[in-house]
Design a protein around this ligand. Structure first.
Ligand code: CP
Length: 344
């Protein structure tokens, strides 16, 4: 039987995403279940986490399952995947063995690997996740790499809860200043899910260098065509915010400067005014604001915005728990051949 993973929402149809969101809403109404009874998940964190770790561990527990959390290089052996690569210090393991051994112990594997603390290129993050999917014989879940699909589902569920039908709602993904470079994962993901839901999406960023990786722009264009929405790029704050229904903020590094942060710093420093504040939110059509968290207050968004009724970031964070339970339950039912009740 072919193993189905949850690596990207691009691997799932709109109908499948809607079914997962419906199941998540059901778990929100009725949190306890036995869908994971006797099942387990290994959660590998190459990077820090608060929300992802807590919500996956609790989600597995609430459905009768068990989670084992590992931090390679900290409480587990460092992991290497390039054949012949030599690391200084402790013995490293190849992903082939890690994925195969874990597949004998657990029923699912979650992997977080984005380059905040590890010196991995953008391309390499995809390879780490792809290598786990290649060698594992159980479903692999993306806990954030070059995209963050679990965050996408939580975001979409929160938007549906507050707005109902999302078709052709005006959605702004705005770049915000951050003193340190961060990866583009959540920004890529915001474009993917907003276009998947048929929204009219504006990517607002300071200069053309901050437009996202072409792969994700292309995916978003295709999603918009398929789902009756649209995608445009803007560098004009006022027109982007005007009449928006949703403002989603994220900081990310400019792709041409990736890893050359000192060169990028001058551009970044000149655009601190991209902060989400009350004056910009006043341009929207009673717009909602959200962010994946963690967020530096008064750098990316002001206290006034974060503490306003328009801010649904806490709802979105809560929804991580519910959507991930839906993902785990659906992967387990698909890998066991049992009907998922989701239509796939
Ligand atoms: N949004 C998110 O993934 O949060 P953590 O980094 O705390 O897991």
């Amino acid at each position: 039987m072919t193993v189905r993973h949850f690596l990207s929402t691009q691997d799932y149809s709109r109908a499948e995403i809607d079914a997962l969101l419906d199941q998540a809403a059901e778990f929100k109404r009725s949190p306890q279940g036995q869908q994971l009874a006797g099942k387990s998940i290994a959660l590998l964190f190459f990077n820090s986490s608060m929300r992802t770790r807590t919500s996956f561990e609790l989600g597995a527990f609430q459905l009768g399952g068990h989670a084992v959390v590992l931090s390679p290089g900290k409480d587990a052996w460092p992991i290497e995947f390039e054949v012949g690569a030599v690391m200084d210090g402790e013995t490293e393991e190849h992903i082939a063995e890690v994925a195969r051994v874990l597949s004998r112990y657990v029923d699912m594997i979650g992997v977080r690997a984005f380059p905040k603390f590890v010196d991995w290129s953008v391309d390499r993050q995809d390879k780490v996740l792809a290598a786990f999917a290649q060698y594992a014989t159980v479903p692999v879940i993306n806990l954030e790499t070059i995209t963050h699909p679990c965050q996408e589902l939580a975001h979409a569920l929160a938007l549906k809860e507050h707005l109902g039908d999302l078709q052709n709602r005006k959605y702004v993904l705005t770049w915000t200043y951050h003193p340190k470079p961060l990866n583009t994962a959540v920004a890529n993901s915001a474009l993917l899910i907003a276009t998947k839901m048929g929204m009219d999406v504006t990517l607002l960023c300071p200069t053309p260098e901050y437009v996202l990786d072409q792969r994700y722009m292309d995916f978003a264009e295709a999603n918009a065509r398929e789902n009756g929405g649209s995608l445009r790029v803007s560098h004009d704050i006022e027109s982007a915010y005007r009449d928006a229904h949703v403002v989603y903020a994220k900081s990310w590094g400019a792709i041409p400067y990736f890893g050359r942060w000192d060169e990028e710093k001058a551009i970044r420093d000149a655009h601190r005014h991209f902060i989400v504040d009350e004056a910009k939110m006043a341009l929207t059509d009673h717009g909602l604001f959200s962010h994946c968290l963690p967020l530096r207050r008064n750098i990316k968004a002001t206290d006034a915005v974060m503490d306003s009724p328009a801010c649904i970031a806490i709802d979105e964070a809560e929804n991580r728990l519910h959507v991930q339970k839906a993902v785990m339950a659906s992967l387990i039912s698909q890998s066991s051949g049992a009907p998922s009740g989701l239509g796939f």
